[in-house]
Structures are given as C-alpha cells and as structure tokens.
Design a protein around this ligand. Structure first.
Ligand code: LMR
Length: 393
C-alpha cells in the first residue's frame, strides 16, 4: 500500500532547523524555529519549573490516568490565567492537549464536528502549520489581509475590509498576541474595532495564543483574548505552554471554549471524545507542573519574574538590533524591529537575500524572512547587522 504515498511537503520552519543542525560552520546564527535562548545561548529549564518538578517527583504517588480532558485543575488554572474574570467560569469548557499545536488541532476538530462546512479565515501571513492542518482536515480556507509590508505594521484597513465580508458561522483565526511570523499586533483600540466587525458578522473566533507573556506582560498580552471572549458569544482559544513555561518538549497546552453556559457540558463532552479519538489521555507531566506553578504563590511569583526577564531580554535584543541596523544602514528602515512584539519579526527580504544570508553568512531565517529574535545572542548583533545591511541594504 505504501507505494501510494506521496512525498510530503516539508514544514519550512522544521526543515530549516535540520539544515541549521547539519551546517558545520562555527559562526552560524540560528534565527529559525521559535525557541527562546538566554545570554549563554541555552534554552533553560525555568527555575520555577525545576522546583515544581522536584516537588512533583517527591509527592506524586500514582501515574494512573487523569481524565480524558486532562487534569481539571490544570484546565481551570489555565482558564483563569488566560481569561481572568472576563467570562463566567460556567461558560468555559476546556481540555488539556498535546502542546499548542494539539490545541489548534482539537479546536478545529470541534469546529468541524459542529459545522463540517465552516470556512476558516486565516491571516495572511500566518504560522505555516495553520494552513497545513486545515489542508489535512480538508477544511475550506480563506485568507484575510493582515500585514502591510511597506509600513511593517498591521494592515488595519485591509483587515477590517476582509473581516467585514466574513459570512455568519464562518471561523476567523486570530493570533492573540505576538503575531507569528510578523511580530505586528493591533493596538487595544484596533482590537476593539476588530471585535465590533466580528460581532456584526456573527463569526466564531479561534484565538491562537502561543506567546502569552512574551509581548508586554501577561495582562496586556491577554487583552485581545479576554475582549473577544467577553464580547462574542463563542470563542475557541488554543493555548500553548511551550514558550512561556519553557516546556517545549513536554507538550503542555489547552483548548478552551467560551460559549453559552447552557452548552458548556456538551462542549466538554465533545472535547473528551476528540481527545479519546486522537490519543485518549493528554500527557500530564508538563500540565501538572504548570498547574503547580499557577496555584502556588511562591512558584508563581518566581515564574512571573523569569517570564518578565525573558520578555525584557527579547525586547532589549530588538532595540539593540534596530540600533545596530540604524548605524549600518544610516536609515531607520529597520526601526520596526524595536516596535514589534514577541519572538518574531519579518524582515521584508527577498528569497534570494534570505538564501544569501544563509549560504554566504551562515544566518538562518525562515524563507519568508521571519527572524526569531528570541534566539539571538547579543554578541552576534554586530555581525548580523553588517550582513543584513550588506545583503539587503
Ligand atoms: C515556530 O513557529 O517556530 C514555533 O511555533 C515552533 C513550531 O512548531 O513551528
């Protein structure tokens, strides 16, 4: 049977990760996959995570199954972290998933189950796996304008125009904060305009929230998600704990659904069934660690402090690179790097320029010019700025 299989297209981010690993050049710079690195170039296990893990090893007396939707305390803590008091808890259903990707997938599975012919509107551009998952699920996809490449900011006019065409019952996928790949987010006032349009159109929203706390802080980064959940009758939220808890390989994530309270029980049951069909029980270790951190005052304070250090480091790196490029190019054309938020910004370079940066200078960024600034080391900034100025002008 396997002769019927076709080669699969490679994921542009993960393929780049492999190419980087197999490049023997010593001074290579990895700006590819979205992973945070500290000043030593290491993706550390957070101290709060280490403490929680130590306590867990001591205290855990069983590895028996949790529930199909995972540890209910984890789901509740995540709902509180993300939504705070923007919606009543009775309106919220939720399930632990296999990381943020699992949350996106299970959220879409739920939507497809409820409305098999739903059209899903995704931003142009978006994380490439959104389109790949939707393609694999055979769901109809449309794009809406999101990024103004000239201004290096959100194309609000285009976005509002396109969202204004969405049909009732369609799904609109939004990045809750730290847009991947552009780093450009709407302002709070612009989010209010977006919500107004979506409300008028009767769209269901799927929020991808993979970088909570990496932009301007937990509260600021949750603003859009909370506003959407408060203002719209139905919102699905896919949350990742990979970045903000540094739990990448432990695959901790949650899908939350804020809908009418009268439907929460049925939604919860459907999420349980979807987990059963995909993998039965979601992994618990990372989720338990997150739950312990969020529910313990000392651990939580330590985690928030570490998260804030990571955020400051990324924002400092943004400033420094923007400044180095200002000096190298004698212009402010890269000033947007300092204004963007989260791990990524998009450079506005041609595929040839991206290839030259990689081949001639050992600088790896995704083919669309996405750079992971959270992976950059301070010492590499002068060399990176010189290379960008040389290749891209
Ligand atoms: C990224 O966009 O680099 C991360 O979200 C990692 C991934 O799975 O693609």
């Amino acid at each position: 049977m396997f002769e019927h299989l076709r080669e699969q297209p490679e994921d542009p981010i993960l393929a780049l990760m492999d190419r980087y690993r197999s490049d023997p050049r010593p001074g290579k710079i990895d700006l590819g996959v979205g992973v945070y690195r500290n000043s030593q170039g290491v993706t550390p296990v957070m101290l709060a995570v280490k403490s929680a893990e130590r306590q867990l090893v001591e205290a855990q007396d069983s590895k028996s199954y949790t529930a199909l939707t995972g540890d209910p305390d984890f789901v509740r803590q995540m709902a509180l972290l993300v939504l705070s008091d923007s919606v009543e808890q009775e309106r919220v259903a939720g399930a632990a998933t296999v990381g943020g990707t699992g949350a996106v997938r299970q959220g879409l599975e739920l939507i497809r189950l409820a409305r098999p012919d739903a059209v899903v509107h995704i931003p142009d551009p978006t994380w490439p796996n959104h389109r790949a998952i939707l393609g694999a699920m055979d769901m109809e996809v449309q794009t809406y304008r999101y990024f103004d490449a000239e201004a290096n900011g959100v194309d609000m006019t285009g976005m509002l125009e396109d969202l204004g065409q969405v049909a009732e019952g369609d799904v609109v996928l939004l990045h809750g904060c730290c847009h991947n790949p552009t780093g450009a987010d709407p302002s709070e006032a612009q989010w209010k305009d977006i919500v107004k349009v979506l409300k008028a159109r009767g769209a269901t929203v799927l929020v991808d929230l993979a970088y909570l706390g990496f932009g301007d802080g937990i509260e600021a980064d949750a603003f859009a998600t909370r506003l959407l959940a408060q203002q719209l009758p139905e919102v699905v939220i896919a949350v990742s704990c990979s970045k903000n808890f540094g739990l990448y390989r432990d695959r901790a994530g949650v899908v939350l659904v804020a809908g009418p309270a009268s439907q929460a029980r049925v939604v919860q049951g459907n999420l349980a069934t979807l987990n059963r069909l995909a993998y039965s029980f979601p992994a618990d270790h990372g989720a338990k660690v997150v739950e312990m951190i969020l529910s313990n005052t000392a651990l939580r304070a330590e985690w928030e402090e570490e998260l804030s250090e990571m955020r400051s480091r990324i924002n400092d790196l943004r400033e420094s690179l923007a400044e180095a490029l200002r000096v190298e190019t004698g212009s402010d054309r890269y000033g947007f790097l300092a204004a963007h938020r989260g791990m990524f910004s998009r450079m506005g370079a041609t595929p040839e320029q991206i290839a030259s940066l990689r081949e001639d200078h050992g600088i790896y960024m995704v083919g669309d010019g996405r750079m992971n600034l959270a992976g950059l080391s301070r010492e590499d900034i002068p060399r990176l700025a010189k290379a960008i100025a040389l290749v891209c002008g």
